[in-house]
Design a protein around this ligand. Structure first.
Ligand code: GRF
Length: 233
């Protein structure tokens, strides 16, 4: 009688162990599957109107990353140098007219086809239209070559900004990375970095300082931001 009880207990505990192992195995498989679905790499579309040095820097920074991909460049200028950079980088680039950007149907289709999660404006001069803002809430980021709210707004782009900074006798300037909303340069600030403006600086030398700040900080700040937002799919 005693033996039978002991034997039954041993058999039951062996079954329990096997069941537990099986359950752990299933749980692990489920988590792996969940990770696969939840943590797909985030995909950025880069919007650029000009030379595209920021777009190129961002593509290079994330090349080989398993967390962030840059599969698409979009422009409003067919002859912008960013297309040449895109060709060399092996990233497809597309051009849309200003009215296509306003209306947005074709662009949103393209973004959907490339499974784009975030839009990064890297020297993009058009205002982002409402349908695009609506499709990507808090997921559009811009870089501005000054310390916003100073030297922002309509007409304040590229060299105009550096000329205004020098003309105003500013002692410092810098870059601002910010979310995009319906007004030029007014979305929430994410990051700023400063540099000195000395009395003998010209708009050109200021432009060079800003370029260096952008190259140093823009991709790193994007990475920080995207990792916080990570696994959005
Ligand atoms: C950058 O200075 C950026 O801050 C501003 O436009 C410039 C674009 O330069 N929005 P690039 O086209 O990336 O070389």
């Amino acid at each position: 009688m005693f033996n039978f009880a002991v034997q039954s207990k041993v058999i039951l505990s062996t079954y329990a162990k096997i069941y537990r192992k099986y359950y752990q195995f299933l749980h692990k498989m489920h988590l792996t599957e969940q990770n696969k679905n939840d943590c797909m790499p985030l995909k950025i579309a880069l919007f650029a109107s000009g030379s595209g040095s920021n777009a190129e820097n961002i593509v290079n920074y994330f090349s080989g990353s398993s967390d962030v991909q840059t599969p698409l460049i979009v422009s409003n200028k067919p002859d912008a140098y960013v297309h040449e950079r895109a060709r060399k980088l092996g990233v497809p680039s597309y051009t849309f007219t200003a009215s296509e950007f306003r209306e947005a149907t074709a662009i949103l289709k393209l973004l959907e086809a490339f499974e784009i999660d975030f839009i990064v404006l890297a020297g993009f001069l058009l205002k982002v239209s409402e349908p695009i803002l609506h499709a990507y809430p808090n997921k559009i980021i811009n870089i501005h070559p000054a310390l916003l709210p100073k030297f922002g707004g309509k007409g304040m782009y590229g060299h105009h900004v550096h000329e205004a900074v020098v003309a105003a006798g500013e002692r410092e300037t810098g870059i601002t990375i910010h979310y995009v909303n319906e007004n030029y340069d007014e979305g929430k600030v994410i990051f700023q970095a400063k540099c000195e403006v000395s009395p003998d600086d010209t708009p050109d030398t200021v432009a060079q300082k800003i370029h260096e700040l952008e190259q140093q900080h823009f991709p790193v700040q994007l990475e920080n931001l995207l990792m916080i937002n990570g696994c959005t799919k």
